[in-house]
Design a protein. Structure first.
Length: 239
């Protein structure tokens, strides 16, 4: 299953920020294949080391590469379906590094099926949140990974109402955990062809289902249902 998922990715289309052959995304694909089929502790360790030292992350520099966005779902498949516990554990550790490390300048965003120029950490976090049940059941370190992903919140606007004082109230769906306020965010508006607009979230109320109401202290120039908000700091993360 994971091998098919690896082969389905167009690795050659993923940027290689350093231009080094050691950071070629195709090497990430090879390392994922080796990790998937590894049968001994040495084989698993060697594959994990390749991922930790090349175009997936650079562990000694705490740096993450764009290929991590495509690789993270495959690692999460291994957490769920890996043939051996050590493969599952290695996959959790690598996914944690991908989420927490910082990307190189000008390589901190990715295009996704739900929007362009999404902060890399937020896109990886959304993959992780999508495997909530799997990670909750895998152990303490996997739950720590999930908790870290929950901090990378995402708001999807459903309804808006302009207030007489120029502020804007919106009903939204919250992914992740409620966050300290006030906070700066970046607004992405469909069809996501324009740069993100900075906005200021003044208030937030949310229930356990993720239904939320937010207040922006100044109405953006353009906001429609389907627009999304991400934490501004995530869009600024660079190594």
């Amino acid at each position: 299953m994971s091998l098919d998922a690896i082969d389905a990715v167009n690795w050659s289309a993923i940027p290689n920020p350093t231009g080094s052959e050691y950071d070629d995304p195709e090497r990430v694909a090879d390392a994922l294949r080796h990790l998937t089929v590894s049968t001994t502790a040495n084989e698993t360790g060697d594959a994990a080391s390749l991922l930790a030292g090349s175009g997936f992350v650079c562990s000694h520099a705490c740096m993450v590469f764009p290929a991590a966005y495509a690789a993270t779902p495959i690692l999460l498949d291994l957490v769920e379906h890996g043939q051996r516990p050590r493969i599952k554990d290695a996959a959790v550790g690598l996914a944690f590094d991908a989420l927490c490390f910082s990307p190189l300048a000008y390589n901190n965003r990715v295009d996704t099926p739900y929007g362009t120029d999404v902060p890399l950490c937020c896109a990886i976090a959304r993959h992780i949140r999508g495997r909530h049940a799997v990670l909750r059941g895998h152990g303490r370190y996997a739950r720590k990974l999930l908790a870290e992903a929950e901090l990378h919140w995402r708001l999807t606007i459903e309804e808006t109402e302009l207030q007489p004082d120029g502020t804007l109230t919106a009903v939204a769906a919250l992914e992740g955990t409620p966050f300290p306020l006030p906070t700066e965010a970046e607004l992405h508006v469909p069809p996501f062809t324009q740069p993100a607009e900075p906005v200021h979230i003044e208030a937030l109320t949310a229930d356990s289902s993720g239904a939320a109401c937010i207040q922006l202290n100044q109405a953006p120039t353009r906001i429609i249902p389907g627009s999304t908000l991400y934490e501004a700091e995530c869009g600024l993360r660079e190594h």
